[in-house]
Write a protein that binds this ligand. Structure first.
Ligand SMILES: [Ca+2]
Ligand SMILES: [Ca+2]
Length: 394
């Protein structure tokens, strides 16, 4: 690592004054870093020193970031990073180094200023033969390398929001971070696409650290992985200038996935995500306000909600059919829908209408799915969401 330093010219406004109070969401709290001296430090263990790794986090960049600004760093020379810049390239990326000679990365295609002033999800994967980078659940880079497994000579603690053990001023991150997840394995593009905007259900294979930053106060950022990698705010466990600030998070997590139970598989579509289905409103038939919501589908395409009484998982089109098409069969729900610009559309459950198999009744399982056009090279022309099993109440 170079020890070259840069003058710091950007003044940092207090985040809590500059930003409107965020509504409490499924994302709970987050931490705001001032870009001057704030960080979270996590004591090293062998769990944080794997050969392959997946690093995921949500970040809100509060303006352009400095030279070599680090969102997460573990190690000095034999190290892994999720960084907003490397040597003035202004790109979000995952990077790993070995000694002072070897370095490889998977780098975003757009400058990090693209993401200023809004929440975005960034994920980096280090596999034995390649590095990959994802933005908002979509893979944007896959770079082969010959460095093999990560190495962790002279083991050091893990730092979030700064480049410790390097003390250079320019490595401090300015903005907010939430939902930091580390896995000691390669997560697939489908896994990342399916979970980037959801709170993780636990346990998860290979999850070695999970900082939700929902503590809301105090000096500890709790680890939800079960492995005890609790972080400390700043240099000591006292309140001090190097502590990042707790605040409400406005990360647009899809919460618990809504009502009902997801089942069956969904494959990546041309939006770069795997489309999912959830139910909001109430399960009560008499309330009559249950709403099906699609996410992760290709914008502008038409599609059709379908439902039935028997679940299945049959390879079909580019994905899977999750409702048995044989007796008593599957039926259309509502009219053909146009998928919106954000990849979603909705449909009210019509309790008043009577399907051919009889009225929608309480206490038994109904199965829903959304089938949509998806014209892209090599595809069959259509794909589907995952399935949703719903049991209504009177
Ligand atoms: Ca959070
Ligand atoms: Ca402190």
């Amino acid at each position: 690592m170079s020890t070259r330093s840069l003058p710091r010219t950007v003044l940092c406004l207090p985040l809590l004054l500059a930003l409107p109070a965020a509504a409490q969401t499924a994302a709970g709290g987050c931490l705001a870093f001032d870009g001057v001296d704030d960080f979270v430090l996590v004591d090293r263990t062998a769990h944080l020193e794997p050969g392959e790794i997946t690093i995921e986090l949500w970040a809100w960049l509060d303006g352009p970031q400095d030279w070599n600004t680090r969102l997460l760093r573990k190690g000095e020379h034999d190290a892994y990073f999720l960084t907003a810049d490397q040597d003035f390239d202004a790109r979000m990326q995952i990077m790993a180094t070995r000694g002072t000679q070897f370095r490889a990365s998977a780098t975003d295609t757009q400058p990090h200023t693209t993401y200023v002033g809004a929440w975005h999800h960034f994920a980096g994967v280090w596999a034995l033969d390649r590095a990959e980078f994802f933005v908002d659940g979509v893979r944007v880079a896959s770079e082969p390398h010959t460095m093999g497994a990560l190495t962790h000579a002279a083991p050091t603690d893990l730092c979030i929001g700064a480049g410790l053990p390097v003390l250079l001023q320019n490595e401090y991150f300015r903005g907010r971070i939430d939902e930091v997840r580390l896995f000691n394995r390669v997560r697939s593009a489908v896994e990342i696409a399916n979970t980037w905007n959801r709170s993780l259900e636990l346990p998860q294979p290979g999850l070695v650290a999970y900082w939700r930053f929902d503590d809301g106060a105090g000096q500890i950022a709790s680890d939800s992985s079960g492995l005890g990698h609790h972080g400390r705010l700043g240099w000591t466990s006292a309140a001090e200038a190097s502590d990042p600030q707790w605040m409400a998070s406005s990360v647009p997590l899809l919460g618990d996935g809504g009502l009902g139970t997801s089942y069956c598989a969904s494959s990546l579509n041309s939006s770069g995500a795997a489309a999912a289905l959830r139910l909001t409103g109430e399960l009560s038939i008499s309330s009559n306000n249950a709403l099906l919501e699609v996410s992760g589908a290709p914008a502008g395409r038409p599609g059709q909600f379908i439902f039935g009484l028997q679940p299945t998982q049959i390879p079909f089109a580019d994905g899977y059919l999750c409702i048995l098409p044989f007796q008593p069969g599957l039926q259309r729900l509502g009219a053909i829908q146009q998928i919106g610009l954000t990849g979603g559309c909705t449909c009210a459950i019509d309790f008043a209408g009577t399907p051919a198999v009889g009225p929608i009744t309480a206490g038994r399982s109904w199965y829903y799915q959304f089938w949509f056009r998806d014209n892209h090279a090599g595809g069959s022309g259509s794909n589907l969401t995952s399935g949703l099993e719903v049991i209504f109440v009177p």
